[in-house]
Design a protein around this ligand. Structure first.
Ligand code: DX5
Ligand code: ZN
Length: 224
């Protein structure tokens, strides 16, 4: 399966949002990753429903919504989700996970479960019928610019094998956190399909965003 890129817009220069989105359209990225944080599930706040609406008005690129919030089922209705989007909720944050995934599916979006580094892969075994994507967090969520949790590289490989063993080899694995070009190559070899590109790869000060995105694409296409 060809690697997909999902730039993390919380890392963008908000003074140049329109140019940023145009660069991603030219680069042909498959998703735009939008992190939503509630200050409770993670100790930070970032973007919100109005930001998602603004991006939706700017471009047809599908949204990859990462809800780092307690009880995501209570807030889904606030976001302009539509067919083709990915909506990730944290396994650790949703008591009624199966029902929440059904809610996402009912919106026409691709249901996804995000797992913090310490959360075992088998915790999604009973909702494999209900999801399209598994988001393996490769850092502890909440902030950009953090360092990879090394054990998550093995976790990606274990997840890939486990999904195949369970008969769900078509479920895509998304990775998020310190996805440098070098880390992305290792993660792809381990089985990752969708790469959240942030400050470790494409959002660098005084650098050409389109060029860095194309360079990132070249890194993860070389072993495809
Ligand atoms: C962290 C967010 C990530 C973050 C990635 O909690 O989920 O999407 O923006 O940023 P980098 O690539 O800098 O780790
Ligand atoms: Zn994220």
């Amino acid at each position: 399966m060809a690697a997909k890129i999902s730039p993390s817009l919380m890392c963008a220069d908000f003074r140049r949002l329109e140019q940023t989105v145009e660069a991603f359209e030219r680069a042909g990225v498959e998703y735009l990753h939008i992190d939503i944080m509630d200050g409770r599930f993670v100790p930070n706040f970032t973007l919100g429903p109005d930001f998602v609406r603004t991006i939706r008005e700017m471009t047809a690129i599908p949204i990859d919504l990462h809800l780092m919030v307690e009880r995501p089922e209570d807030h889904l209705h606030l976001f302009p989700v539509r067919g083709g989007d990915i909506v990730s909720v944290h396994q650790e944050a949703s008591v009624h996970l199966q029902r929440t995934l059904q809610q996402i599916k009912a919106l026409g979006a691709r249901p996804s479960v995000a797992l913090n580094p310490a959360t075992p892969i088998y915790t999604i075994d009973d909702v494999l019928d209900d999801l399209d994507v598994v988001l393996v967090m490769t850092v502890n969520p909440g902030f950009a610019g953090q360092k990879l949790v090394p054990a998550t590289l093995r976790k990606i490989a274990n997840m890939k094998r486990h999904l195949a063993d369970m008969g769900y080899g078509d479920v895509e694995i998304e990775v998020d956190g310190n996805i440098s070009n070098e880390n992305a190559v290792k993660m792809q070899a381990a089985g990752a399909d969708i790469f959240v590109a942030g400050t470790s790869s494409i959002f660098k000060k005084n650098a050409d965003l389109l060029e860095l995105t194309e360079r990132f694409r070249a890194s993860i296409s070389s072993i495809a």
